[in-house]
Design a protein around this ligand. Sequence first.
Ligand code: M6R
Length: 357
Amino acid sequence: EKGTYPHFMLKEIDEQPIVMRKIINEYQDADNALKLDEDIRKAMQETDRVYIIAAGTSYHAGLVGKEFLEKLANIPVEVHVASEFSYNMPLLSEKPLFVFISQSGETADSRSVLVKIKELGHPALTITNVPGSTLSREADYTLHLHAGPEIAVASTKAYTAQIAVLAILAVDTAQAKNLNLDFDPLQELALVANAMEVLTDQKEEVEQLTRNYLATTRNAFFIGRSADYNVSLEGALKLKEISYIQAEGFAGGELKHGTIALIEEGTPVIALATQENVNYSIRGNVQEVVARGANALVISMKGLEQDEDAFVLPKVHELLTPLISVVPLQLLAYYAALHRDCDVDKPRNLAKSVTVE
Ligand code: M6R
């Protein structure tokens, strides 16, 4: 039920701090250590390469998860769009582990990959919000997102739940492999939940930004580097999906290889700056587009901000910034759709779960 909310999407954006806390509870044992199925732990230890398979927003969460698994657990990861993998399978490693990420657990493109890799005899883990779903039943193992039902077609709380569970999976694997980590995911996720609360209280500010940057535009660009690039893809998908503004996410450094030709007087460019090692270079990219007339909206993280930034995010662990930088992007998309009188929860041409290939 929507309760007092005008739309499910807004309610689900607001639920994100609660979902983070629920995930912390569900994946914590009595001694505050991580609690995960032994069989999953074993499968993660045995594999030499993880293949993440997903679509849409879940694919974007997979891109963030790749970073966790590689940086924290030292496992090579490939992330594939399900519909591509299905018909163009890459060479597999000796001991692949397939990880399906799917809010609904019913996405046909992912299921088709699951059927194929099961025929080949490979193990599969499904990370889903619906434990009884097809992808969950047909895989060997399941990790539950605990996000509660997601009704709006535009996925919000499932994306952040997927990222949180992937962080827990990566750290659990690192611990099982006796890797020395200076990162307590449960503590860090608790800080993320608090930061998300601050952000969901800033709706008026984001609505004003929507008026300033997206009111009449027909297109918009999202740029970022490294972790911010992954989130810029998700920000663009949210915006196009519900407001029908043509939006694309780009790697900051890639602009000059073509896309910058599209920048005109007044083109909105939303830039994320949450990563210390690329802060200088993304700022350079912002200058390049501003010099060509762009209307640049910089969203930075506390500690990295500059005077001209339109929005500053509370500080969280650098690996977990996607969990918070996405919140103002979800709200920007929401208000852009609202201001254009679009059907926020049920955008045209889209279904909540895509059960055809
Ligand atoms: O249920 P799934 O996570 O497998 O769905 C995958 C995509 O269809 C889904 O994320 C879609 O891109 C969303 N509508 C995006 O908001």
